[in-house]
Design a protein around this ligand. Structure first.
Ligand code: NAD
Length: 358
């Protein structure tokens, strides 16, 4: 039986995960979905209960799980803690412990929310891009790194951009596998005109692409990719890129959609095991008020079904339920606009449940 570990975390994490759990329960009770669900602490909650943001018992459960569903971590009450005990350290620890090297960041904009974008509605309505970012290599981890003092007394900062062929190969396989489940178009973003690392990246992408003849592979320099994302984002299906470029491009793409409360994400290992979470944080400013948007977390459940639990049918149903709720005009405060009906976290979750039960 598939095992899911649920980690609510801190702040609004508890409220949005409660709604996601309702969805999982409906799938279990009405759609024949079979899974064992366990819950554990992470982040500030991990520190409060076990003295560490990534407690040992959470690690054991996470290692044994097929998929992990996370709310969010962090809060002002933990800011005075030593760095290694801060909630965010729990997130970094679980990602590296489970070797979650492939970060999937969809930028999805439902037609009904097209006005939330800063771009013209016709440019972004029905936008559906997946950015696959390499998460555990590249310049953020390369050695040597540091700040040194030169002979003339001037200081110099330096970092190292390195990618082994094996690292490029595994992110390539991950991206092609995702493209196959979508529109079968993959754009690899690099800077092969300037960087040797990118030259190797491109060469390996082309080589791995031979294993996936049904996927159309293209290449784009990162500066052009940034322009194209803003000019004509709907030309893309899946984009794959290294850690640094992915960091920047995925945030830009997310903002095309205009709402942080709507976007899920996933981080996968090489066997398809993954951690699923909304892209937003614990939102201490609205925690406990019952107004957080639970849809990014509910859509994280859908991603989990699609990418780790091999249940595309249920993934589609959850997404369709979210779309229907939006079509009916229900909105949490963050996506509210005149003429729609404002609801709270629980009502929004209940509305998605009702759609699934129709
Ligand atoms: P945030 O994403 O928590 O909040 C940014 C803004 O978006 C806030 O105004 C918040 O109210 C709003 N918002 C976020 N999610 C929302 C939702 N579901 N519905 C409605 N509005 C929503 O980012 P922040 O304020 O910079 O960080 C707060 C805490 O979260 C910090 O401790 C930070 O370290 C942590 N954080 C955690 C993660 C994570 O767990 N993956 C990610 C980012 C930040």
């Amino acid at each position: 039986m598939k095992k899911i570990v649920v980690l609510p975390g801190d702040g609004i994490g508890l409220e949005i995960i409660a709604e996601a759990k309702k969805i999982i329960t409906v799938l279990q009770e009405h759609y024949g979905f079979v899974a064992e669900i366990e819950e554990a602490y992470i982040g500030g909650a991990g520190y409060d209960h076990a003295g560490h943001p990534f407690p040992e018992e959470t690690k054991v459960l996470a290692q044994a799980a097929d998929a992990i569903l996370l709310g969010a971590v962090g809060g002002p009450q933990y800011e005075a803690l030593p760095r290694e005990l801060r909630p965010e350290r729990g997130l970094l620890a679980i990602r590296s412990e489970l070797d979650l090297f492939s970060n999937l960041r969809p930028a999805l904009l439902y037609e009904e929310l097209a006005n939330a974008s800063s771009l013209k509605p016709e440019i972004v309505s029905n936008l559906d891009i997946m950015i696959v970012r390499e998460l555990t290599g590249g310049i953020y981890f390369g050695e040597p790194r540091g700040i040194r003092t030169l002979e003339n007394g001037e200081r110099e900062g330096y970092n190292t951009l390195v990618y082994k062929e094996s690292e490029i190969e595994r992110i390539a396989h991950s991206a092609f596998a995702i493209a196959i489940k979508r529109d079968k178009r993959l754009c690899s973003v690099d800077k092969a005109n300037v960087l040797e690392v990118s030259e190797l990246w491109r060469e390996v992408m082309i080589r791995v692409g031979k294993d996936y003849p049904e996927v159309e592979l293209s290449h784009m320099y990162v500066d052009n990719a940034a322009m194209q994302l803003v000019k004509d984002p709907k030309q893309f299906d899946v984009m794959v890129t290294k850690n640094l470029f992915g960091d920047v491009l995925s945030d830009a793409a997310a903002m095309l959609t205009g709402s942080i409360g709507m976007l899920p994400s996933a981080s996968l290992d090489s066997h398809g095991k993954g951690m699923y979470e909304p892209i937003h944080g614990s939102a201490p400013d609205i925690a406990g008020k019952g107004i957080a948007n639970p849809l990014a977390t509910i859509l994280s459940v859908s991603m989990m079904l699609r990418y780790s639990l091999d249940n595309i049918d249920l993934a589609d149903r959850v997404e369709a339920a979210v779309k229907s709720v939006l079509k009916k005009g229900l909105r949490t405060a963050d996506i509210y606009e005149q003429g729609t009906t404002q609801v709270g976290t629980v009502e929004m979750g209940d509305a998605v449940v009702a759609e699934l039960l129709r």
